[in-house]
Each structure stands twice: as structure tokens, then as C-alpha cells.
Design a protein around this ligand. Structure first.
Ligand code: ZN
Length: 255
């Protein structure tokens, strides 16, 4: 047997490969995103199958291969059963997977991003069924914003992107083509109309998202309009960064 390595991983997606095998896209704690081949997992009798559902958190042993690394063994750490058995919960899992898969390109060695995702999943696993949809989506979107920041795509929220003055006045806009807030005075020189008006509360929430941990937001009292507008801003920001539609978001909206 060749060289092997172990790591902790979340299963992002899977696809069929050959007659009996599947390829799994894993987001790993130590190596970022990798594809591994799981031999025989299209067969119902495969022992590995019970551990290989999308978004299971697993401990894996992987054998180095010439074309694909191969899954040698795995153990389930967490199945997020509360989320999995709730329609909205399952949609949120898929939303997180789609964003993570879309924003993280290839291998990276920054554990912060992986830990942030686990933290988000733990919170949603606890809160599903206790909070309403837009609030749960807000928690998922706080993850998206924090991930964007860790990847170096942090939106400018504290200062106007054009005049660089601190954001004070009302009637600011969030400009998606520039990736941040523009003050009322500078709004007039914005030629591309790819922006939305953002309330002071949304700006405050965007600022807090850069300063506070996710726990801070779980029971924070925020009015419905602010939550909805915040979710819209983050969704559009994600679209700009992903450069493709987010299928799972459309599904969540319909629930
Ligand atoms: Zn300005």
C-alpha cells in the first residue's frame, strides 16, 4: 500500500465515476478542497456508504494515487441530523455547501475557514426549528460574509469607497460592482446602477459582521426589515463573487 494521510473533512458533493465508483469532493481541514475516489461506493453493499452523505463531517484516511487519491477508510464524526431532517435545514446545508464550493478554489491550508464552517453548522444545528427562516438565513449569510473576508474579498463598509470619509450620513448605497458602501454625496457620480439603498441598521449589521463572532448574532434582536435587506445585500454580493446563480438560495426562497 502506498502513502496515506488522514484529515477531517466535510463532504461537499459527489458524482458517479465508472460503473461502481464515485468521486467525492471533500472540503478538508488540512488541505482545502480535494477530490477523492471511493471504490465500489455505487454498490449498495459498500461499507463506506453509510458515512458518505453530503455534508457529513468525517474523519478520513486517504491513499495517494496516480490520478485520484483514494478513500481508504472513514468514520462519521457528525451527521447534523437536525438540519438533515428539516426541509429548510437541508436547504441551508446545501446553501452553505454551494457557497463554500463556489468560493474556495482548490487546495488551501488556512484552518480558520474550515473552523468557521463547522461553527456555522453547529449553530444552525442547534437553532433549526427554533428561529424563523430569515434569521437562520442571516446566520448562514454571516458565514458567507466572513468567508469572503478570509478570502480577501471583504466589502468596504466603514468608509465611502469614493471619498473615503467615514460612513455617517443616511441614504448610503451598497455598490456591488465596487464591493462596498458609497455615501450620499458620492452616489451622484456612480454611473453604473448596480447598487441598492442600505439603511443605517444594515450598515451597522455589516460592520458588526466584521467585528463579532457568530455567537453574538444568535439571540441579537434585529428587526425583520433589516434582516431581509441584509440577506439581499449578501446574496447579491455572493452572486457578484460567484459569477453564477445560487440554486439552493432560490429553493430557500420558495420554502
Ligand atoms: Zn463619499
Amino acid at each position: 500500500m502506498g502513502q496515506t494521510y488522514t484529515t477531517t473533512a466535510l463532504i461537499l458533493k459527489r458524482r458517479d465515476h465508472n460503473e461502481h465508483d464515485r468521486l467525492f469532493c471533500l472540503y478538508t481541514k488540512d488541505f482545502g478542497k480535494i477530490d477523492v475516489l471511493a471504490k465500489g461506493t455505487k454498490k449498495i453493499s459498500s461499507k463506506l456508504n453509510s458515512y458518505l452523505e453530503p455534508f457529513y463531517l468525517i474523519k478520513v484516511m486517504i491513499a495517494k494515487g496516480k490520478v485520484f487519491d483514494k478513500l481508504a477508510n472513514c468514520n462519521l464524526i457528525e451527521g447534523y441530523q437536525n438540519l438533515r431532517h428539516d426541509l429548510l435545514g437541508f436547504a441551508l446545508i446545501n446553501y452553505l455547501a454551494e457557497i463554500t464550493d463556489g468560493l474556495i478554489i482548490g487546495q488551501t491550508q488556512n484552518n480558520n475557514k474550515f473552523d468557521l464552517l463547522l461553527k456555522t453548522l453547529d449553530i444552525l444545528e442547534q437553532e433549526i426549528g427554533k428561529k424563523e427562516k430569515e434569521k437562520l438565513l442571516l446566520l448562514a449569510n454571516l458565514y458567507s460574509l466572513k468567508l469572503l473576508s478570509l478570502l480577501g474579498y471583504q466589502p468596504e463598509i466603514k468608509r465611502c469607497l469614493i471619498c473615503h470619509k467615514g460612513i455617517l450620513l443616511t441614504k448610503n448605497i451598497f455598490d456591488f460592482s465596487h464591493g462596498g458602501v458609497i455615501c450620499e454625496d458620492c452616489k451622484k457620480v456612480c454611473l453604473i446602477e448596480d447598487y441598492v439603498l442600505v439603511s443605517d441598521q444594515v450598515i451597522k449589521l455589516l460592520q458588526l459582521s466584521q467585528e463579532k463572532d457568530l455567537d453574538f448574532f444568535i439571540n441579537l434582536g434585529i428587526d425583520q426589515d433589516t434582516i431581509k435587506q441584509f440577506n439581499q445585500v449578501v446574496y447579491k454580493l455572493l452572486l457578484v463573487n460567484l459569477e453564477k446563480p445560487i440554486k439552493s438560495f432560490d429553493f430557500i426562497k420558495k420554502l
